[in-house]
Write a protein that binds this ligand. Structure first.
Ligand SMILES: [Fe+2]
Length: 216
């Protein structure tokens, strides 16, 4: 029998990078206290949270400028840089800038509806409190056209077969993803609160490169 794999190369192109990392150096109890202690005027219902939940999105988006969030922001900066380098980004010529940072507190039964983060490069979610079954974050495949014609059956799960991918929220875990990638959360089926710090990151072109005309 001819070995067709010996002379063939399967290219895996156009992948979507998602980084899942743990941040053990951050004090989640202190963060939870800081988030629960935010002024009521800065927390409000959020159109993307279905059910009972509050967010500081829409009231400045500026948790990253508060001193009590500095340890988290510093820790996130290291993971963001590592993620960008893995994707091939040239951090000698630009800085990653946390542009927005906000908190969500979701009560049992609530979920976050499908959305993207416009006007941003990388987005992320850091889990401060996440009881078991409080709802995974679910990313949808951006390959919409793929669904027009697909194998009716798959014998095994591969990145080629995936329509969506879910990540468990674990306290101390951060998930970084391209801001254009559509996502939602499953309902919080726990009896506790699901507390998340979310953020948007952009790239600021640095030094001489800022003056240089950009081709393309
Ligand atoms: Fe989001």
């Amino acid at each position: 029998m001819t070995d067709t794999t010996a002379t063939a190369e399967l290219l895996s192109l156009f992948p979507t990078g998602i980084l899942v990392a743990s941040i053990p150096e951050v004090d989640n109890a202190a963060l939870a206290r800081a988030i629960r202690g935010l002024p009521p005027a800065e927390t409000q219902a959020h159109g993307l949270i279905s059910g009972d939940g509050v967010s500081t999105y829409g009231t400045g988006h500026n948790l990253h400028r508060r001193p009590e969030f500095k340890p988290l922001v510093d820790a996130l900066g290291l993971r963001l840089a590592a993620f960008a380098r893995e994707l091939g980004a040239d951090l000698e010529r630009m800085n990653l800038l946390m542009a927005d940072c906000w908190s969500n507190i979701q009560q049992p039964g609530s979920h976050v509806v499908q959305h993207r983060h416009p006007n941003s490069l990388i987005s992320g979610a850091y889990y401060v409190e996440a009881p078991a079954n409080c709802g995974r974050i679910v990313f949808e495949s951006p390959l919409d056209a793929h669904r027009m014609s697909d194998f009716p059956y798959y014998a095994r799960q591969t990145p080629f077969a995936m329509k969506r991918y879910a990540v468990d929220p674990i306290p101390g875990r951060v998930v970084l993803f391209p801001s254009w990638l559509s996502h939602r959360t499953e309902p919080n089926r726990s009896n506790g609160e699901r507390i998340v710090v979310s953020f948007n990151v952009s790239a600021q072109i640095s030094g001489a490169d800022r003056e240089r005309p950009r081709a393309g």
